[in-house]
Structure formats: structure tokens, C-alpha cells
Ligand binder design. Sequence first.
Ligand code: HEM
Length: 95
Amino acid sequence: MKEYWDNPYKFDPERFGPKRAEHKRHGYSWVPFSGGAHMCIGLHFANMQIKLVLAEMLKNYRWQVPDGYEMPVQQSPISKPRDDLPVTLIRRSLD
Ligand code: HEM
């Protein structure tokens, strides 16, 4: 794992930034949209939607998971949390 990701278990979104681009080290390191010939053709559209929705959600809500929560991951057929993802959204004050 360390040959593909620096400090692989650390939550570190900067690893995807243009400076480090760790997800480009190998064609199958980062596979939420699969890889190879049948990689999702909606990938760029989906990424734009995700960024727009997340920007609004982060602006308007604080997100909280229970103390010490560790997300169990299901990898197939699509990468997602194996539980119901116990996130509580707390509305930010509007002033
Ligand atoms: C978060 C959103 C999305 C995720 C996580 C996702 C994920 C995936 C994955 C994992 C595959 C590969 C399936 C396989 O290996 O057989 C795939 C294929 C595909 N996706 Fe998406 N997708 C998303 C959004 C979209 C959107 C918005 C479109 C169309 C506008 C789309 C169209 C397709 C098509 C047509 C394929 C088949 C590609 C092929 O077999 O050559 N997807 N998607």
C-alpha cells in the first residue's frame, strides 16, 4: 500500500491535490469510478455535481460522527460505507 499512497490510513485530502496527485501513481489506485476501458464515463459530470452539493452542505451544516467512529468500507460492487454512516448534520447559524 505504501508504494501507492503516502501514509495510507491518514485522512489527508491534500494527497489528491495537483502537487502530490498520489491517485495518479497507478491506474487502479483510486477506483470509485472503476478503471481501465470501462471506467465510468460520467466521472467528470459526477465530480462536478459532488463538488457543488458538498460545497452547499459544508456551508450550511456541521457534520458529526460518534466519537471514535471508524467507517467499515464495502469495496464491491461500489465503494461505500458498510453501515448506515451515522452522520449527524447540525445546521450552521444563518447570521
Ligand atoms: C457518484 C457517481 C457515480 C459513480 C460512483 C459511478 C461509478 C461507476 C463505476 C464504478 C462504473 C464501472 C462499472 C463496471 O466496472 O462495470 C461506472 C460505469 C459507468 N458509469 Fe458511472 N458512476 C457515477 C456517475 C455516473 C454518471 C453521472 C453517469 C452518466 C451521466 C455514469 C455513466 C456510466 C456508464 C455509461 C458506465 C459504463 C461504462 C462502460 O462500461 O464502458 N456514471 N460508473
